[in-house]
Design a protein. Structure first.
Length: 169
């Protein structure tokens, strides 16, 4: 496990990351976690002594990574932009992406959709699954599954699907 302290930052303008709160993971620390690796990967982290699992380190180029801190995490920590965190981090090798049965059935019904979904990195599949699972009603869940299948048929990633559907709204 690597340990360090980090300040919480917030992106003012940075494409799809605009508004994200995050900490920077020092290059030396990311190299200890997964030497030479330059793609997103899952970590478990203790932030001010509170354990969080299945978090994603996002590459920012030149070997740099960030850890996004969603509102629910910041609220649990009682921290915001400018605050300092004590961080302990290790690769989360136990993290598994489980495809819900209803999504799997719908992906199998659309030619090539299941294959396209499985070509995505596990962290990207997780974006879709988490979004579907967070639906509060069955109607919303069904709509999100249909949008996911449509995105796979068009070979879109999660971000592209969200942007394209906002244009329609």
């Amino acid at each position: 496990m690597v340990s360090f302290t980090a300040e919480i930052y917030k992106f003012a303008q940075n494409g799809e990351k605009t508004g994200w709160s995050y900490i920077e993971v020092p290059i030396a620390m990311s190299e200890q976690l997964k030497p030479g690796y330059r793609q997103s990967f899952r970590v478990r982290a203790t932030l001010d002594g509170i354990l969080f699992t299945g978090l994603s380190l996002t590459p920012m180029g030149n070997g740099k990574f960030i850890l996004a801190l969603k509102q629910e995490i910041r609220k649990k920590l009682g921290k915001e932009e400018g605050d300092i965190l004590t961080v302990g981090m290790e690769e989360d090798k136990d993290f598994k992406v489980v495809i819900p049965d209803d999504l799997q059935l719908c992906l199998l019904d659309a030619e090539g959709a299941a294959d396209q979904f499985m070509k995505l990195a596990p962290s990207h599949r997780h974006y879709f699954i988490k979004w579907i699972n967070e639906a509060k009603t069955m109607g919303t869940r069904s709509k999100r599954i249909a949008m996911t299948v449509d995105a796979m048929e068009k070979q879109w990633d999660y971000g592209t699907m969200i942007r394209e559907n906002r244009k329609k709204a």
